[in-house]
Design a protein around this ligand. Structure first.
Ligand SMILES: Nc1nc2c(ncn2[C@@H]2O[C@H](COP(=O)(O)OP(=O)(O)O)[C@@H](O)[C@H]2O)c(=O)[nH]1
Ligand SMILES: Nc1ncnc2c1ncn2[C@@H]1O[C@H](COP(=O)(O)OP(=O)(O)O)[C@@H](O)[C@H]1O
Length: 215
């Protein structure tokens, strides 16, 4: 049997892929499918003070913490960004982001527009931002109800805030309508593929072209 070969040296810079949308438009669904389809992408797992929903898994969906623990993380400068959303606090821990980029992986963020702005300011060069729209407000409400994780009052709060969330779409580079999961997933994968190929992200390009032309 051949000796195992070393993986080729990393030849591109890692992407920070941000997916935002109003609650219920499909970020979690698209994120999970993208991660299953592409092992080069790691998920940034946020910390939150929001209570766990049925079916959510600690450490996979969120790191669930109380207010005091969240405050300690802020005081310890453990977040790349954090923001209040729907009366709770949500934040992106620094450690996992650094580790994924060190390991040569892209990293996916399911964060809101406030987090996207902060991440852009902190690490903007390799950020790719995608906003998902629902096909209609009626369909958005239908999806929130179909998910079966929130009470009527939580759903009505999320619907009230949806228009404000949607108003941030112009701040994103790509805007997709999530009519159908498969189509939307293919569109997100096409964006990721094209962004990886941008010349500034291919760290070996100058040397390769020199070798090609013998200069
Ligand atoms: N700024 C920021 N927003 C986050 C973070 N994690 C999640 N969010 C956003 O918080 C909002 C509420 O998330 P969640 O309670 O899971 O509800 P969902 O959008 O209905 O799944 C969504 O817009 C998320 O994108 C984070 O670390 N930072
Ligand atoms: N394109 C789609 N068509 C129909 N239902 C969808 C679609 N995308 C997501 N859903 C469903 O809508 C609900 C909300 O999706 P979710 O991914 O939890 O949204 P978000 O993370 O943006 O809050 C879930 O029940 C999910 O299965």
């Amino acid at each position: 049997m051949d000796a195992p070969t070393e993986p080729p040296p990393r030849q591109r810079r890692g992407l920070l892929i941000v997916l935002s949308s109003p609650s219920g438009a499909g970020k979690t669904t698209i994120s999970r499918r993208l991660l299953e389809a592409d092992p080069d992408i790691a998920m940034s797992v946020s910390a939150t003070t929001r209570p766990k929903r049925p079916g959510e898994v600690e450490g996979r969906d969120y790191i669930f913490v109380d207010d005091a623990a969240f405050q300690r993380m802020i005081d310890g400068s453990e977040f790349v960004e954090w923001a209040p959303v729907f009366g709770y606090r949500y934040g992106t821990p620094k450690g996992a982001v650094k580790q994924a980029l060190r390991d040569g992986r892209d990293i996916l963020f399911d964060i809101d527009w406030q987090g996207t702005q902060q991440l852009k300011a902190a690490m903007g060069e390799d950020l790719v931002s995608i906003f998902l729209l629902p096909p209609s407000m009626e369909e958005l409400e239908r999806r929130l109800r179909a998910r079966g994780t929130d009470s009527d009052s939580v759903i009505s709060d999320r619907m009230t805030r949806a228009a404000a969330e949607i108003s941030h779409w112009p701040e994103y580079e790509y805007v997709l309508v999530n009519h159908d999961v498969e189509t939307c997933l293919q569109q997100v994968r096409a964006i990721v593929a094209a962004e990886r190929l941008k010349k500034d992200r291919q760290t070996n390009l100058v040397a390769s072209v020199r070798a090609l032309t013998g200069q």
